[in-house]
Every structure is written in C-alpha cells, then in structure tokens.
Design a protein around this ligand. Structure first.
Ligand code: BMA
Length: 338
C-alpha cells in the first residue's frame, strides 16, 4: 500500500470488488444499492443521510428517519455486516446533563464520530433557525446533549476523530435557514467541546461547475499518511434544481484548514435510478465512511435522493492518487490566509 490509513483495523467492513463500469472515478457503487429502502420502520417513510461507526463486533449508526408526519429525527440502527440494518422503532431520546428530557424539534443529517472513548452525534436542528445540535453517548442507550457549538445558521458540522494540537476540531458550513444558495467549509476548534473559536476558512466553491453553488463537509475526515482525506458534498444548480455530488480533498494533518489537494472532478454524481429519482431527485450526500487500515479499503455511506442509503467503495491508494492527479488548488490562495 502506498498510503496508510491511521487507526484500528476494521477487517469486517462491507466490501465488494470493482467491476469495470467504464467510469474513471476511483469510487464504485455497491451492486445491491440502495441498502436501506423506503418505509424501513413503522412511522418512518425514508432513511437517508446517515452515519455509522464500528461498534462492539459489528456496527452502529445514527440514521435520519423522515417520519410519516414529515419531521426528521435520529434513529439508532445496528448491523453485523454494515449492509443489513436493524433499527430501533423509537427515535433517540435526548436528555440534558441532569437526565431531563431535551428533545430537539427536529434533527437531520446526523454525523457520528468517536473521539477518545466517546461517540458524538452532530446534526442540524432548530436554534432560532437551522443550527448545529450535538450530543454524546458511550453506550448508544443514553444520549446527553451538549451545548450547541455554533450560533445560527449552520449545517453540516463534521467532527475530526481525534484532537489536533490538543484541540477538538470541527468543520461546518454557515448557511441561511432555508435551501441555502451559498456555502463554504470552515474549521473551528475547541479545548472542551463547549467553547468553539479560532475559526478558519477551509474551502469555497472554486469555480468547478459541479460544485459551483455550495459545498459542505460530508464524512468525518480519515487520517492518512497524506493528510486528512475528506469526502464532501458539492452542489450545482440546474433549471430543475440543485444536484448534489461527492467530492474529495486532502487537508493538512496538523493544520487542517490548509487544503493540500482538491479534486476538480466529482468522485460520484447521481446516475443510478435511486440517486436521480426519489423525494429530492439528484442527491448523493456523503455522511460516513468505514475503513480498514490493513487493506486501505474504504466503504462510503451516502444518502440517495433524500430517500435511501447507498454504499460505495474505494481504496486509500486509488482515491488519494486520483485526488492528487486531478487536484487543482492552491485553495488557500482564495482566502485571506484564514
Ligand atoms: C440539504 C439538506 C440535506 C438534503 C439536501 C438535498 O439542504 O436538507 O438533508 O439531502 O438539501 O435535498
């Protein structure tokens, strides 16, 4: 292997070898996509834009369950193979530090990241408009909300899986409270998961047509020997609405606001029926990866058309080389140093 993935080996992650599809992309889809179909739980019409992590001998995830009243909440699911998921019928019950009920009005696009011995869930909820909500758990039974990290409006907060220079690090995308027509990725740091500051610009839409409207963090960054590998979403606008594709970038390992490489081509764009048609057509929305450091294999989970969950695969070597070969930045020239 040319590039190394840091962390523990997770040999049982889902995997399927590439079949030649004619695509030049280093990312290929699971043949039996989508892995989560409509009406997966009573009272939930669609699950999509959801995140998973290795847990015990298998995997656990937090899922965006679009209830049949139209309101999204977070549901827990468990799987032994990362493909077939069993969901709890009840949405996650969040409490405050004293154990009192503390439910968000709604919660969508959850991310799930383990830092040290704690799992953090980060979602978009309501705080006088769209804003980031956060909670922690150690056992996936008790979910304790922590302070909202940012003032409104914000979406797509993605925590790094370890502290950097002694600080927790989080990407986010300041927004408006609607279907935001802009979006750049910023980085914030915190000594304690309560106070966030030292905000830095990471990336803006950079002129590539497939991501010309807005971009936002996707899966938690993967630590590799080349830097932090980031799968993110990039949005373009057409006469029929937005199109969400998946992009790739590599951030500096010690100073992740610095973009080392950013692929000017998308890695995955809506092509299959389950991506181009559904509740919101033409959405591929990456939210999580599972990776194995022994083989360099990466399994990427992405929401499809705001309706299903899809799975795609790549390897660290293939995707990093593709990003490097097709990199066009110096992204940091776009900002004023910060
Ligand atoms: C964004 C979010 C995502 C969704 C996307 C496409 O603003 O609402 O949850 O996948 O739009 O509809």
């Amino acid at each position: 292997m040319k590039y190394k993935i840091a962390g523990n080996s997770s040999a049982n992650i889902p995997w399927q070898e590439r079949k030649d599809t004619g695509s030049e992309s280093p990312v290929w889809r699971y043949e039996d996509n989508p892995i989560i179909k409509r009406n997966p739980i009573p009272g939930v019409g669609r699950i999509f834009n959801s995140a998973v992590v290795p847990y015990e001998n298998g995997f656990v995830g937090v899922f965006r369950g679009e209830q049949t009243d139209g309101i999204p909440h977070v549901y827990v699911g468990r799987s032994t193979n990362g493909i077939d998921w069993m969901f709890e019928n009840e949405k996650v019950h969040f409490v405050d530090e004293d154990g009192n009920d503390y439910m968000p009005h709604y919660a969508y696009d959850p991310r799930l990241v383990k830092v040290e011995d704690t799992y953090y869930i980060i979602w978009c909820g309501d705080f006088y408009g769209a804003a980031i909500g956060m909670a922690k758990t150690k056992d996936f039974k008790t979910f304790v909300r922590v302070e909202n990290p940012f003032i409104p409006f914000n979406r797509n907060a993605v925590l790094f899986p370890r502290k950097i220079n002694g600080k927790y690090m989080m990407l986010s995308r300041p927004s408006d409270s609607g279907h935001t027509p802009f979006g750049d990725i910023f980085l914030s740091e915190s000594p304690d998961m309560t106070y966030w500051g030292r905000h830095r610009h990471v990336m803006s839409p950079n002129g590539q047509w497939w991501e010309s409207v807005k971009i936002g963090g996707g899966a938690a960054p993967i630590e590799t020997s080349e830097g932090w590998l980031l799968f993110y979403h990039g949005v373009s606008s057409t006469c029929n609405g937005f199109v969400y594709s998946i992009g790739g970038a590599i951030l500096d390992i010690d100073e992740p606001s610095k973009v080392k490489y950013r692929c000017k081509k998308y890695l995955l764009t809506p092509e299959e029926d389950y991506e181009v048609s559904g509740f919101v057509p033409n959405v591929a929305f990456p939210c999580a990866t599972l990776q194995d450091n022994e083989t360099g294999r990466i399994a990427l989970y992405y929401g499809c058309a705001d309706t299903y969950v899809g799975l795609a695969f790549t390897t660290a070597d293939e995707v990093i080389d593709f990003i490097k070969e097709n990199s066009e930045c110096n992204e940091n020239d776009l900002s004023e140093g910060r």
